[in-house]
Design a protein around this ligand. Structure first.
Ligand code: SF4
Ligand code: URA
Length: 194
């Protein structure tokens, strides 16, 4: 049987793609693996690579602030990881073969976690997990059901930092996310005043 420890150990030693050659740390994932919500970004940035944790740089702080608006906290309410576990040099997009090499780890994490909701952060994760022709500008905030899992995508927090004009739409997407949580996994908010 698969286990979190087994996946973590394999990732820590992984050299299945070239990103393994330049990483400082594998960024496996963090948060509550027993929570019903999974967030997926594209790949570690500089701070993530140095610290070994996802979304701990400026984009990560912005994401935490955004999610606090709907009372979600990573240590308690969700798990968060990336499509690729090692940093692409100069933060370029992870290439197809790198995603192909790494995606098995995310699939195994997802199989163990069995989330009710998956939230893609940005275009790369949405194209990989929702559909290959996903258009983030047009389709962010829309909901898709795949194998009984409710899936959506938000603009990547780095895009929201760069372009504040996108933030009001993301606020609407967050309100819809809160509604979806209340309908499919209301236990997330039990005991919280919202
Ligand atoms: Fe292995 Fe993924 Fe890192 Fe590539 S990005 S070396 S597949 S853990
Ligand atoms: N951007 C991502 O997509 N993932 C991280 O972990 C950090 C920044």
């Amino acid at each position: 049987m698969d286990s979190w420890e087994a996946i973590r150990a394999e990732c820590a030693a992984c050299q299945k793609c070239v990103l393994g050659e330049t990483r400082h740390n594998v960024v496996f994932g963090t948060g509550n693996p027993r929570a019903p919500i999974l967030f997926v970004g594209e790949g570690p940035g500089e701070q993530e690579d140095l610290q070994g944790e996802p979304f701990v740089g400026p984009a990560g702080r912005f994401l935490d602030d955004m999610l606090s608006l709907i009372h979600l906290e990573r240590s308690r309410d969700f798990y968060i990881t990336n499509i690729v576990k090692c940093r692409p040099p100069r933060n370029r997009d992870p290439l197809g073969p790198e995603q192909d090499a790494c995606i098995g780890y995310l699939r195994r994490q997802t199989a163990l976690m069995r989330p009710r909701i998956i939230v893609c952060l940005g275009r790369i994760a949405a194209m990989r997990l929702i559909k290959p022709d996903f258009r983030i500008t047009r389709e962010h905030g829309q909901w898709f059901t795949k194998s009984g899992v409710e899936m959506t995508a938000l603009y990547h927090p780095s895009a929201l930092l760069r372009d504040p004009a996108k933030r009001p739409e993301t606020f609407e997407d967050l309100v819809a996310l809160r509604e979806k949580i209340l309908s499919v996994c209301p236990q997330v908010y039990e005991g919280q005043k919202i």
